[in-house]
Design a protein around this ligand. Sequence first.
Ligand code: AMP
Ligand code: ZN
Ligand code: FE
Ligand code: FE
Length: 280
Amino acid sequence: MRIDLHAHTTMSDGTDSPRQLVHAAKAANLDVVAIVDHDSTRGWDEAADAALETGVSLVRGTEVSAKYQGISVHLLSYLHDPLAPVLVQQNGRVRDARVNRARTIVSLIEQDYPITWDDVLAQTEEGTTIGRPHIADALVAAGSIGTRSQAFAEILFPGSPYYVPHYAPDAIDAIAAIREAGGVAVFAHPGANARGRVVPDHVIGEMVEAGLQGLEVFHRDNPLEQRERLLTLANSHDLLITGSSDYHGDGKPNRLGENTTDPAVFAAIEELGVTSVVRS
Ligand code: AMP
Ligand code: ZN
Ligand code: FE
Ligand code: FE
């Protein structure tokens, strides 16, 4: 079984629609794929239809934006109740904050580059969780820069004069919300130190006390020495260990199935979540 538990669609900053994602998973010889758009469950229904069409099994989830003392923390919530008020409200608040923050970033960028807010909206669909990737895409469309990755490297990186953060809940509260909604809480790319600071070991201990159940160890943004550290932490706290691609379609080089998750871990996640895996 080939299992990839981290992929994005046009409901956030991926470039495949939810249906296209599941078909791409089929083409990549995956047996299981997870849709985890940022702060949203809006792609779930379309992806579920495509899972039944293709025979690919679908794990429905969300990548929840959070923070620990200013350090960005992404939490994968798998198989939660999509109607649980605690997460619906939290995701809504983050999505609203993301819109205001993106508008502020654009108001800074438009002083130096020929893009407008409408150009950014043109890169999104109804219901998309907006993010810097859409601003990057508008810059590419305007011919100001070559690729999304270049836009991040030159204009949108944290610390850039155009960078503005957005509200995100505290990681401890976000884990509690995920668990209250019946989700399985896995810390996404916890050792991604090229993106910024990562949380230290004792914080992972606090997160486990709050209900964290797994670490996404096998992810291209976790360098080798981080993976070793994370494996040790996972073993000492008895956590699930996952591996995933963080596929964003054409928006990133990450390919479906480039990292995968052990079938026994997938079975444990299925057992723990309150929403069923979609399979034909
Ligand atoms: P935001 O959610 O607005 O903070 O933007 C972060 C998102 O941008 C993440 O989900 C990443 O997938 C994506 N991202 C971060 N760095 C890059 C990069 N260098 N190239 C393309 N996408 C990136
Ligand atoms: Zn993303
Ligand atoms: Fe992430
Ligand atoms: Fe992601």
